[in-house]
Design a protein around this ligand. Structure first.
Ligand SMILES: Cc1cc2nc3c(=O)[nH]c(=O)nc-3n(C[C@H](O)[C@H](O)[C@H](O)COP(=O)(O)OP(=O)(O)OC[C@H]3O[C@@H](n4cnc5c(N)ncnc54)[C@H](O)[C@@H]3O)c2cc1C
Length: 405
């Protein structure tokens, strides 16, 4: 694809349709039946995660030469859309592993790093995580304080990271730390590949959450943790760019998750509204109900178009960020922000409306819509809050002097 050319992709290939069918079958037959128990017990779903590894879901966008399925971002979005029709935890585990954990290695890793860390991750032998957030550095991620000091052949890491998805189970984590506190995001942050079991690295507190009960959200503690120099991804001082590139991928895939979430809300609502009788008629006959269903359908239609266009655009860019023209990089970041922000707000509205359509039973613990309502809210917060997405969109508008398609 020529850089800058508009990319329209809504007709899927046979291979992409086959992937969708495989994921849909797994989601319906193996994942859906365990969700109520997973949510209640608040446990990482070991068995279904193992099955996802066997089915190749851990390496969907990664080229075959590096152990993946070679199906690019479009394939990755197909997988997340299908899983998200039923659940948000399994997609979040895969999202932290894939877009946030593996993208840095895939886009910025040396050949040696790819062979050592990316190949086992894509094959599902190693689970990954991504650690940027700290107690005093959330939206302002460039202000992080975990420090990395060079000492011989190592970087010595000290500090606390929080809210790391997969933090408890991950074998390999991409950790952002300051090589120079004074420089901040502009050359002062590096990305380090930290392996479970490294001396001086330990798990801290695991959070109890409103939703996403199948995922761990963990604190990571670094006390003089010696990370080999060859574990820096993308070079010293390049960590902020590495993190932002990974987040651009993650934000489009979150949009794919929102598509699945809206589809799920619409599907259960339509079914319920067709069967629930009030005032001697199925409630689906009332316009107040129909308009909620119509909103879900409109949003789903618009979001799917945006997600697959953006995924195809990212695939067309290739995997070497140094070759991306500035205009394409700006478009990629702006489009990712638009999709993440709109998708999460539309998904929240869809589950809220779906709960209303269900009336009292929608509020009862253990129903799919009650779980979906608790799960959906986080998408407006993580991978950059929606306020941060609006800052990116406004920054693009101001920087480029108007809207550039
Ligand atoms: C379940 C879960 C999983 C997570 N997984 C990960 C993970 O795997 N890795 C990781 O690194 N992090 C992860 N996070 C962290 C998440 O990305 C952050 O919580 C998020 O970026 C917001 O940061 P914060 O919580 O510090 O909020 P703050 O940055 O303190 O923001 C508080 C509020 O102020 C608003 N705000 C801040 N600055 C501005 C501004 N300039 N203008 C307008 N409004 C502003 C925010 O939008 C927000 O509404 C996770 C969090 C949760 C809850």
């Amino acid at each position: 694809m020529e850089h800058g050319a508009p990319t329209i992709q809504m007709k899927f290939t046979e291979e992409q349709n086959a992937l969708r069918e495989t994921v849909a079958k797994f989601a319906e037959e193996e994942m859906a039946p365990i969700l109520e128990e997973m949510d209640e017990k608040e446990e990482f779903p070991q068995k279904t995660v193992q099955r996802m590894k066997e089915l190749g879901f851990f390496g969907v966008p990664i080229p075959e030469e590096y152990g993946g399925l070679g199906m690019g971002k479009v394939g990755y979005c197909i997988m997340l859309e299908e899983l998200s029709k039923f659940d948000a935890s399994h997609p979040a585990i895969l999202g932290a592993h894939t877009s946030l954990g593996m993208t840095p290695l895939h886009y910025y890793g040396t050949e040696e790093q790819k062979q050592k860390f990316l190949v086992p991750a894509a094959k599902g032998e190693k689970l990954m995580g991504f650690s940027l957030t700290e107690p005093h550095s959330g939206s302002d991620s460039g202000s992080l304080k975990t420090e990395a000091k060079a000492e011989g052949d190592y970087w010595i890491l000290n500090g606390n990271k929080i809210y790391v998805t997969n933090g408890k189970e991950a074998d390999q984590i991409v950790v952002m730390a300051a090589n120079d506190l004074k420089l901040g995001s502009n050359g002062g942050i590096s990305a380090f590949l930290v392996e479970k079991g490294m001396k001086g690295f330990r798990l801290g507190r695991c959070e109890k959450k409103m939703g996403l009960h199948g995922t761990s959200t963990a604190e990571l503690i670094f006390e003089n943790c010696a990370v080999p120099k060859e574990n820096i991804i993308g070079g010293v001082g390049r960590g902020f760019y590495v993190a932002m590139t990974a987040l651009d991928v993650g934000r489009v895939s979150l949009g794919a998750g929102s598509c699945g979430g809206i589809w799920g809300a619409l599907n259960v609502s339509l079914n319920y509204a067709n069967n629930r009788m009030q005032f001697d008629a199925p409630i689906v006959q009332y316009q107040a109900i129909q308009f909620k269903l119509a909103d879900m359908a409109m949003h789903l239609h618009a979001l799917r178009t945006m997600v697959y266009q953006a995924a195809a655009f990212q695939d067309g860019l290739g995997y070497d960020p140094t070759k991306w023209p500035r205009s394409d990089r700006l478009k990629k970041s702006r489009d990712s922000a638009v999709i993440k922000c709109l998708g999460s707000e539309w998904a929240s509205k869809a589950v809220n409306d779906a709960l209303q359509i269900h009336g009292g039973i929608g509020y009862i613990r253990g129903t799919p819509i009650e779980r979906a309502y608790r799960d959906a809210r986080i998408s407006e917060i993580f991978e950059g809050t929606n306020e941060v997405q609006r800052m990116i969109i406004a920054g693009d508008l101001i920087g480029r002097g108007g809207f550039v398609p």
